[in-house]
Design a protein around this ligand. Sequence first.
Ligand SMILES: [Zn+2]
Length: 253
Amino acid sequence: MPSSISTLFAFVFGTIFGSFLNVLLWRLPEGKGIGGRSMCRSCGHTLAWYDLVPIASFLILSGKCRYCRKPISPRYPVVEAVTGTVLALSFVFAQPPADPGTMIVSIYVLLVFISLFFFDSLYMILPDALVIPAIGIVGLYDLVFVADPRAFFISALLLAGFFAILYTVSRGRWLGFGDVKFAALIGLVFGYPVGLLVVVLGIWIGAAIGVALLISGRAGRGYALPFGAFLSAAAIFFTIFQHEATYFQQFFR
Ligand SMILES: [Zn+2]
């Protein structure tokens, strides 16, 4: 078990990334760059550093802008707290990576999954700006660091191929083309059989939520669900509990 200091460090690092992710979540869909000072979305006042401390500023300001007193979106502290918690959990439960390179790539991949989860939940998009570089970086990692990378590339091709068929057959109604690219990333990250397990868990989560929405009458047929968010949640689960997941691998040999 890692020390509580390093777990706290992982949490704080996660909330700081979450704060950056909040900037991406507002600005990427609006086609804006990520440069420039942060400002209040209601009054446009430039925010000081003490207005931008993850989670703490929102609590101290009781969720209201210091300058115009309009409410601040709860999205800010939620994204920060979720990102911090996922990183802390991965620190506690995931196996320590073998070397610093693997550790950096693992943290990067986890941050990409968390980002995709929020982008798809909020906007139903899986931005290429996140998915394509991740495919490149993880593909390169597999080639350089994995003794036999074939299983990872074959998994990527098969999962993306399977999703491409679903995408074509449903004419994009069951899933978007972003999910096809995301499936390739899942294959490159997890290989076989965990990549397949991630997709199966993602489909289960989606089916459970879809049925719950239908029964509760909150959504009719044809209501689009953020399938990429369910895939992201499954990928985050298997990243955190990769050690426990190896238990299931014996059934796929
Ligand atoms: Zn304001």
